[in-house]
Write a protein of this length. Structure first.
Length: 213
């Protein structure tokens, strides 16, 4: 009986270790990035957090801007502008990257009558959440949408539906809330802020983008 009991216990331990190994493997796969990607993510997250020290008035107005490297006035912007500015700080010009992809693949991007735009427009295209969602899915990594906070790690880009099909976007950073969740840098109307809002709205997209390949 002792031998059988010990064997049963051993089988249980092996099964537990196997299950743990599966979990660890999944986590390792999620974080298995090259040193270059790790360094890029570190810099991108730092740039996103730095944005929270800037005073920005929420202003969705259409503005003609230079191309490439154009930006709306630094004291204004919307949620997408925080993503654009964080990436630009690490050497990636989303205005240029989105425009070039739209020129070659316009049919892949959403056409909305209210935008009154039937051809690529480098003044505004990169500042629209639906366009960024398509771009990141095409040129970056599309990650699984879950209700598990641990599946969202620093550098991830998250989009939401605020209700009534109003889109929003933010970036996961390496600062945690008292709940143990990574915070989000975003601008929902009061300037760039770092907040624990991951599950405040319906998540519609989850991406990673390390810049042009």
């Amino acid at each position: 009986m002792r031998v059988v009991g010990a064997r049963t216990k051993l089988i249980g331990i092996i099964a537990s270790l196997a299950m743990l190994g599966t979990v660890l493997t999944a986590a390792q796969l999620r974080t298995a990035e090259s040193p270059a990607h790790q360094e890029f993510t570190k810099r991108l997250v730092a740039a996103a957090i730095d944005r929270t020290h800037h005073k920005v008035r929420y202003d969705p107005a259409y503005v003609k801007i230079p191309y490439p490297g154009g930006d709306v006035p630094s004291e204004t912007g919307v949620c997408t502008d925080e993503i654009i500015r964080a990436y630009r700080a690490v050497g990636v010009d989303l205005q240029k990257e989105v425009h070039e992809d739209m020129e070659q693949n316009m049919s892949a991007y959403p056409r909305k009558w209210r935008w009154l735009s039937w051809r690529p427009d480098p003044n505004i295209d990169h500042r629209r959440v639906p366009n960024l969602m398509v771009f990141f899915s095409r040129k970056g990594e599309t990650l699984k949408i879950t209700n598990r906070a641990e599946d969202y790690t620093p550098g991830d880009l998250v989009t939401w539906d605020l209700g009534g099909n109003v889109p929003h976007i933010g970036i996961v950073v390496d600062q945690k809330s008292w709940m143990g969740r990574y915070k989000i840098v975003h601008n929902i109307g009061e300037g760039p802020k770092m907040e624990d809002v991951l599950f405040d709205w319906k998540i519609t997209g989850h991406y990673r983008y390390f810049g042009p390949r």
